[in-house]
Structures are given as C-alpha cells and as structure tokens.
Design a protein around this ligand. Structure first.
Ligand code: FAD
Length: 341
C-alpha cells in the first residue's frame, strides 16, 4: 500500500506538536501542514508558555494529569539538553500567592512540578497583600523559539508546510487520506463548533532581566513570567471577545497590577503589547470522526480547544491525537486488504 497522506490543519503549538508525534509514531505516512498563519502570527506566539495547567471541567482529572505529565517529562528532557536555548525551554522557580486560602490545598499537578511546598512566612513577607502561597519550580517555553524549533524538526523529517486557509475540510478530500484538525479558535468557523469560544488575553512583553522568579496571583489574572529574554506580564480573560487590537487602558491596568506584585517592574523597559484568543472549550476535542457526504467518507481527527493551557498539555494531547491517526491508518489498511480479497 502507498504511503498514506495526512494533512494537519494549523501551525500553532498543537498542530506542530501533533504533526511531530504523527511522524514519530507512524513513520511510513507522509505529513503536510496547511495553515493560514505560521509563527510569529499564531495565538501560540502570544502565550506566556508556562507549564501550570488550566483545568478542563469536562475532562477527567487523571487524563489531564497524564497529558501534563507527558508534556512536563518531554520538555524537562529538552531543558536538560544542548537543545534547550534554541528550543527556548527552561526551568523557572517562583510563587503562586493567594489573598484568601485556596479551595484545594494540593492542585492535581503538585507532584508533577518540582519541589512543590507551602511558602514560608519569610517568603510571604514579599507579598503583604497575600495570605498564603505555594512555591515550586516548573518549565517555561519561550513560545516563538519553541515553535520555530518544532518547525525545524518537522522540515528535517520531510514534512511539507504550506500557507493556506482551509474553508471546508472537504476541500482536502481526494488529496489526503486523513485530516487532523488543529485549527485552535479557527475551528469555530471551520467545523462550526459553537462550544468553542474565544477568551481574549492581552499581555505585555517587557525587558526587566533582574526579575528571575515567576509570580502568579492565585486568581489567575495577574502574573509575571520571566522568559530567557523578556518577561510576560498578564493579563486578561475576556470571554467571547474577538478583538485582536490592544486596549491602552488594559495595558496600564496590567502594568499597575504587576508592579503592585513586583515593585521593581516600575523600571521595566521596551513594553510590547500582544493579544491572543484562547480557544476555550469545556474539554479539549480529541476525537476521531468520519464525515460522510453522498456515500463518500472523510477521516478526521480533531485536536483543538486547549483554552488557557495549550502549552501545559500539548505533548500529551499530541500523542493521543497521533494514536487516533494510527487507528485511522489501521482502519484504512484493513479496508484496503479486504478489498484485495
Ligand atoms: P493557535 O496557536 O491559534 O494555532 C491555530 C492554527 O490554526 C494557526 O496556525 C491558524 O492560522 C490555523 N488556522 C485556524 N483556522 C484555519 C483554517 N481555517 N485554515 C487553515 N489554518 C487555520 N497556555 C499555557 O499552557 N501556558 C501559558 O502560560 C499560556 N499563556 C497564554 C497567554 C495568553 C495571553 C493567551 C492568549 C494564551 C495563553 N495560553 C497559555 C494558551 C495557549 O496559547 C493556547 O492554548 C494554545 O496556543 C492553543 O494552540 P493552538 O495550536 O490550538 O492554536
């Protein structure tokens, strides 16, 4: 049987990592990425890239934990290799602080990150407006370098990449055997998923190389995430807001909130403002689907809807999506050998 052709729609962190996992698990198929935008113009480029999971209400916690663990283990190995600086992956230590005692003392991911513990009284003196906190070390992706590193690996593995907007998955029928939908918020239009909604996020990327520790307010709204070259200051979570242009009032508000947590940021320089739309859903859509039109079938694997936590779970969900592609390949090979008989 000739090599099966797989098209991955989307070139954010989910599309690129899914394409890579497909190449690793199904080396005999040919993979093409079709995307309206590539780095640096995706939502994934805007993200802070911190590995602190977001919770998906309709996905069992043990599944979310497994996705996070696989992602953490994968990136930890990169951070511990000569590839780390090119891939933009590094360890970062810091604090999550709470004004009120959090509902759950131990988040489900506390034994995946490193050295999770309650903050000491001495540490809490840095945060006079907060009552308690958690200290830990996690990983951070500097997003544009990580996306370019994934693209480089894909090109080396022979994956073709084309800039193309796909208006309807059926456009790809005949040319490809399996379609993998990693269109992020674009899936709202592409497959008409009304359960998928944007949560607008505005962040600032600033130069303040003296800030080495991350600080996250437990409400999830205000955060300071140091990267290799710049620090991400956040943020906002605006449900069903599709506006991509930055709002100057919000920029000032984010900067003030972050300076109140870390006063040395008043000296930050070169403030850039970015906006992205988190592809939000009650659960990630990780699913096989057989579309059918007039007796003709199209095999689709969906992997989208990662909301505020795409970087935290990308490798785990990419592996699962590659497994679903493997199931489609087995089904196609089964039907072609039956046809020969
Ligand atoms: P995208 O990056 O949007 O990629 C979708 C791709 O599909 C794009 O290439 C697009 O061009 C393409 N596409 C869409 N429609 C079509 C079409 N019709 N035809 C062809 N191509 C199409 N997550 C974390 O884990 N940690 C964080 O610290 C973090 N911080 C964040 C901060 C902000 C401000 C924001 C906005 C998000 C943050 N996230 C974070 C969430 C994370 O960014 C997302 O979960 C993740 O980027 C989603 O990746 P994606 O590949 O699904 O989407």
């Amino acid at each position: 049987m000739a090599a099966l052709k797989v098209a991955v729609v989307g070139a954010g962190v989910i599309g690129l990592s899914t394409a890579l996992c497909i190449m690793e698990t199904c080396p005999n198929c040919s993979v093409t990425i079709l995307s309206e935008q590539f780095s640096p113009n995706t939502t994934s480029d805007v993200a802070a890239g911190m590995l602190i999971p977001h919770t998906y209400p309709d996905t069992p916690i043990h599944v979310q934990k497994q996705w996070f663990k696989e992602t953490f283990t994968y990136l930890f190995a990169i951070s511990n290799s000569a590839e780390a600086s090119e891939a933009g992956i590094h360890l970062v230590s810091g604090w999550q602080v709470f004004k009120n005692t959090p509902k759950e003392e131990l988040p489900f991911w506390s034994d995946v990150v490193l050295g999770f513990r309650p903050m000491s009284k001495a540490e809490l003196q840095k945060f006079p407006q907060h009552q308690s906190g958690q200290a830990f070390t996690t990983l951070k992706c500097d997003c544009p370098p990580y996306l370019l590193w994934l693209e480089k690996r894909l090109k080396a593995a022979g994956v073709q990449m084309y800039t193309r907007k796909v208006a309807d998955l059926w456009e790809l029928h005949g040319k490809y055997d399996i379609i993998v939908n990693c269109a992020g918020i674009g899936a709202h239009q592409l497959v008409g998923d009304k359960k998928l909604l944007p949560i607008r996020g505005q962040v600032l990327k600033v130069h303040a190389p003296w800030v080495k520790n991350f600080i996250r307010d437990g409400d999830g709204l205000t955060y300071i995430y140091p990267g290799i070259h710049r620090i991400t200051l956040g943020g906002t979570r605006e449900k069903e807001n599709w506006t991509l242009s930055p709002d100057p009032g919000t920029t000032k508000d984010i900067f003030d909130r972050c300076c109140s947590l870390e006063p040395s940021l008043w000296g930050a320089q070169d403030i850039q403002v970015k906006v992205g739309l988190r592809p939000s859903r009650q659960c990630v859509r990780l699913q096989r689907e057989v579309l059918s039109q007039g007796g003709v079938k199209l095999l689709v694997v969906h992997n989208y809807g990662h909301g505020a936590g795409g970087f935290s779970v990308h490798r785990g969900t990419a592996k699962e999506a590659a497994g679903l592609v493997g199931e489609c390949i087995a089904a196609l090979q089964g039907s072609s050998s039956k046809a020969k008989l």
